[in-house]
Write a new protein. Sequence first.
Length: 136
Amino acid sequence: MPGPGTNRREQILRGLLFSLQKGGYRCFRRHYVGPRLGGGRHYADILAEKGGKRYLISLRWRKTPGANEQTLVFEVISFLEAVRRGRYEKVLLILGGPGWSMREFYLKELKRHLREEKAVIFTLEDFLTRAERGRL
């Protein structure tokens, strides 16, 4: 049985796909990225392609604040490893929902701690705007 928020997340993923396709991107759902750092299989919610560039997209939805929102840093590092292997241009993480107590840190401060500009974190609204304009 789907957990709480599953239907909402699915609706948002459909909206992301619509916006990406409107912006001229070819999209694939639940894309296998490769082995995850530390073990296991790693998937992106969406793989978007345009102009020979491939983007990994992950929607992170939080209904309520909680300690596990800090796992986003590990998610960024895991995706960056896939980007470093050379198969992808960037990883785009989308923060959706009202439960992000660390939202400002992720949107404004985390990039200071990363050595490269290959991971971009968006609010849902900002991502949809950029996707529709074809400017990831």
